[in-house]
Design a protein around this ligand. Structure first.
Ligand code: GLN
Length: 551
């Protein structure tokens, strides 16, 4: 289809996405992909994520409970879906785009205490959904978005997300032409039957109907594509026209989803329903190239991630490091390499060099990602020592960088007792210690949203490797930590070869460290993985993969 004129949109439109049948079927990726194909038509798109739990943010949750905590540039501790939105939309998402039940109730209560409701009785309905609506509209205004996607966490029929569905109903009642509702459902193929079943989705639609909402489209997730007879069946029973029932089978890579959705025609259908005019034909070339690269491979590059396994098994490990894994992929694809992640549990690592050599056999690069607490740190440090001594390319992220400093102080400076006070509060050599501003907060048990969070500037030293990699003398990176390098040790560490190559502008905080005499050994106090985008890999990951590929 051709569009003759650039039509300026000053309307705000909204697409709510709810889940049916079960969680974990890729509602976030589906919403992000829908956003990507709308953006490919020149529309401004943003996304709001709603998590129905009481926690005000994801920052206080254990990674086993929650998976990765994704940090926004303005310092919000959010859900990994926000990371998916940043990667798929290539847009920065901020605080106003993220809400939880706790956050919504907190502002309603604070407003009531400040007489913000003018003496009225404050009720769950309508005041709570009104607060939700206000936040959605604020996000749309902030981003000047033509389309705002709103992903409602959980599945329909749960008690927890009912007020968010109520917000969707109220918004739709108010401006029916500007609000769509989509359902991402799941169609199982029971082993004994070998046939894809539509009934759970039919029930999910009925449940959604009982909240006063009729879906405009249904995205049908399943291990296989949806065939015509089932599309027809769903159309009849769910009261949704057949072309608005979208097949979304499992794919080899999530980066192929936008292309598949475009082929299914959902972009045009949504545009039509919302009476939106594209600014140009869909530009999907970059997505096609990316999904091809993601599936074709190339020569493998093997990167070990030295992680902390979840108590409940291995499941949450990869989830907790989701953005790190994506950043490795982006960089590897850019360099035409096939990324292979080798999961190494830090707990497994024993103090026998042979065992470590076996665990890291064939590994081209090592990442020690962020983390908290005492558990498994010795294993991480053994891996760091191994990478340092054997010249294996290494990237330490946040805790990984702090532990690299501890390891260096112990084995190169000869400070046997060197430690982080997070691990041993009484250590004689506190090379990593609590930041000044954190001391009082910890005494007051003021844990929520009080780390050093969000984007901070960092100055890169002349002649350093990081400066060459970034091609800049100052960069912004996202942070999430309470501890820092103790500057009392800086001169000694530098004298022995651990260059403090990135500093905060006032020089007080070491933001990056690197070894001169090593193929690639960099530690960063920040989380570069949060800035990596599929079409713009992060320089520190590119550097790692380049070094790993030539090792
Ligand atoms: N636990 C460390 C700190 O709080 C590192 C945090 C992290 O890796 N994100 O400083």
């Amino acid at each position: 289809m051709r569009y003759d004129a650039r039509v300026m949109n000053c309307r705000r439109t909204y697409i709510f996405i709810a889940g049916g049948v079960m969680s974990g079927v890729g509602k976030g990726i589906a919403s992000a992909s829908l956003g990507a194909i709308l953006k490919s038509r020149g529309l401004k798109v943003t996304a709001v994520k709603i998590d129905p739990y009481i926690n005000v943010d994801a920052g206080t949750m254990n990674p086993v409970e929650h998976g990765e905590v994704f940090v926004t540039k303005d310092g919000d501790e959010t859900d990994q879906d926000i990371g998916n939105y940043e990667r798929f939309l290539d847009e920065d998402i901020v605080k106003i785009n993220y809400m939880t039940t706790g956050r919504v109730y907190l502002s309603v209560i604070e407003r009531e205490r400040a007489l913000g409701y003018g003496g009225k009785t404050v009720e769950v309905v309508p005041h709570v959904p009104q607060e939700v609506i206000q936040r959605i509209k604020d996000a749309a205004e902030f981003h000047d978005a033509d389309v705002t996607l709103i992903e409602i966490g959980g599945t329909v029929g749960e008690y927890q997300n009912v007020l968010f569905l109520e917000a969707a109903r109220m918004m739709r009642l108010d401006t029916p032409d500007d609000v769509l509702v989509g359902l991402v459902s799941y169609l199982p193929i029971p082993g004994a039957l070998g046939e894809m079943k539509t009934k759970p989705t039919q029930y999910a639609v009925r449940t959604l109907n009982s909240t006063g909402l009729q879906p405009d489209f249904i995205i049908c997730r399943g291990s296989q594509p949806l065939d015509l007879p089932r599309k027809q069946k769903l159309a009849t029973h769910c009261n949704v026209r057949q072309e608005y029932i979208i097949s979304a089978p499992d794919l080899l890579t999530v980066y192929a989803v936008p292309e598949v959705f475009e082929k299914e025609g959902i972009g045009e259908l949504v545009m039509k329903k919302l009476h939106l005019k594209a600014k140009h034909d869909p530009e999907m070339n970059a997505w096609q190239t990316l999904s091809k690269k993601a599936q074709d491979g190339g020569e493998p590059v093997r990167i070990a991630i030295i992680g902390k396994y979840a108590e409940s098994g291995d499941f949450s490990l990869s989830d907790a490091y989701l953005s790190v894994v994506e950043a490795v992929k982006h960089a590897a694809w850019k360099l035409n390499r096939k990324p292979e992640i080798v999961w190494v549990s830090a707990r497994q690592i024993k103090k026998t060099p042979k065992q470590l050599a076996k665990l890291l056999k064939g590994v081209d690069g090592v990442i020690v990602p962020g983390g908290f607490g005492k558990r498994d740190v010795e294993g991480k440090m053994l891996a760091i020592q191994y990478a340092r001594e054997k010249g294996i390319p290494f990237l330490g992220i946040c805790y990984g960088a702090q532990l690299a400093v501890v390891e260096f102080a112990r084995h190169v400076l000869g400070l046997e007792d060197a430690n982080s006070t997070e691990i041993n509060s009484k250590t004689k050599e506190p090379v990593i210690h609590l930041m000044n501003e954190q001391v009082e907060r910890m005494q007051d048990k003021n844990y929520g949203g009080t780390m050093r969070l969000g984007e901070y500037p960092c100055l890169l030293a002349k002649g350093s490797r990081v400066r060459a990699l970034y091609g800049a003398d100052q960069v912004m990176e996202r942070h999430r930590h309470r501890f820092e390098c103790n500057s009392d040790y800086r001169a000694r560490l530098e004298a022995d070869g651990l260059l403090h190559s990135g500093l905060s502008p006032d020089g007080s905080l070491a933001e990056m460290v690197e070894l001169k005499e090593h193929p690639y050994f960099i530690g960063t106090q920040a989380h570069p993985e949060f800035l990596s985008r599929p079409f713009r890999p992060h320089p520190l990951f590119l550097g790692l993969i380049k070094a790993a590929a030539s090792s």
